[in-house]
Design a protein around this ligand. Structure first.
Ligand code: UTP
Length: 296
């Protein structure tokens, strides 16, 4: 098979309401909540850059400018850090901003993930692209999007990222019915949104990374809105599956779901254990927390 068109763009839907982490997300987009010293979305952007995707398309809600501001240059802060000889901090601040090319499109109303992808159409244009949900913070080597692009280069079509979860948890996710092709790759036979565990076709759940082809746009348009008034990406993918093969690859790495309170706390603890300044302090910190507990 000839080489498929190169993927260069990655869409970050970031126009959701983040109700699960209110009131923190009343003003601050949940994508900017920090995991220690780095906003959640920056993990995803760094993953994209490390996977060779530097054209970042942000789907934001009107009035939410903090996300763009974060990735902008900060000349005054940079100058102060330079004067104070804080070169490591300066590099950390500049690196991502200089490597990426950012554009933003607004989703006027939070009408669902499928709709958020649909509004990226003009910026993506007629080429394959990736979608990354920054709630899913993935620690993997090679990076998750790179793993998916390797499969895309082989199959030349849409690739979903899947992860095995305990059976009783499948009802929170989209689940695939897939034929294993070996090496963690599946040919998708069907997709089911939030199935009953007893009826789920597998324990392979779709997580927040997608490689898509531009024919997802007409598929989403044709899909329209569900009973709750939202346009679901899974429904669009199901429709697309009628016209072309879709593949999935099992993640080789560790995913944290930072989009809910418990998952967010877990993500902070996970990355604290890997943080050069904090890792050594964590066991003692947890011990003292437990002894505080014993006192109350
Ligand atoms: P979620 O459903 O997890 O995010 O959407 P949410 O709606 O912001 O969160 P809760 O449920 O109210 O706490 C997954 C991703 O899709 C984006 C979100 O920003 C998130 O990155 N999204 C969702 C949109 O951009 N637009 C939408 O209309 C819905």
């Amino acid at each position: 098979m000839s080489t498929p068109p190169t993927v260069r763009k990655v869409v970050f839907p970031a126009a959701g309401l983040g109700t699960r982490i209110l009131p923190a997300t009343a003003v601050l987009p949940k994508e900017l909540l920090p995991i220690i010293d780095k906003p959640v979305i920056q993990f995803g952007v760094e993953e994209a850059l490390a996977s060779g995707l530097s054209q970042i398309i942000l789907v934001s809600s009107p009035g939410k400018t903090l996300l763009e501001d974060h990735f902008d240059r900060h000349p005054e802060l940079e100058e102060i850090l330079e004067r104070r000889g804080k070169s490591a901090l300066l590099d950390g601040l500049r690196d991502v901003a200089t490597q990426m090319e950012l554009s933003t499109v607004f989703q006027d109303e939070p009408l669902g993930l499928g709709h958020a992808v649909l509004v990226s159409r003009e910026l993506v244009d007629d080429e394959p692209f990736a979608v990354a949900l920054s709630d899913d913070v993935i620690d993997a080597d090679p990076p998750a999007l790179r793993q998916m692009l390797t499969v895309y280069d082989e199959v030349g079509g849409p690739v979903l990222l899947v992860e095995r979860v305990p059976r009783d948890a499948v009802s929170r996710y989209g689940v695939i019915d897939g034929e294993s092709l070996g090496g963690g790759v599946f040919k998708v036979r069907d997709l089911v949104e939030k199935p009953d565990p007893a009826e789920a076709p597998s324990d392979l759940t779709i997580i927040g990374r997608y490689i898509l082809t531009p024919d997802i746009y007409p598929a989403l348009e044709a899909t329209g809105y569900d009973a709750g008034g939202e346009m679901q990406l899974t429904d669009g993918l199901r429709r697309l599956l009628e016209t072309r093969p879709i593949h999935a690859v099992e993640l080789d790495g560790i995913r944290q779901d930072a989009g809910n309170k418990l998952g967010y706390l877990r993500a902070i603890l996970y990355f604290a254990r890997k943080h050069p300044e904090l890792a050594g302090h964590l066991p003692e910190l947890l011990r003292t927390l437990e002894s505080d507990d014993a006192l109350t």
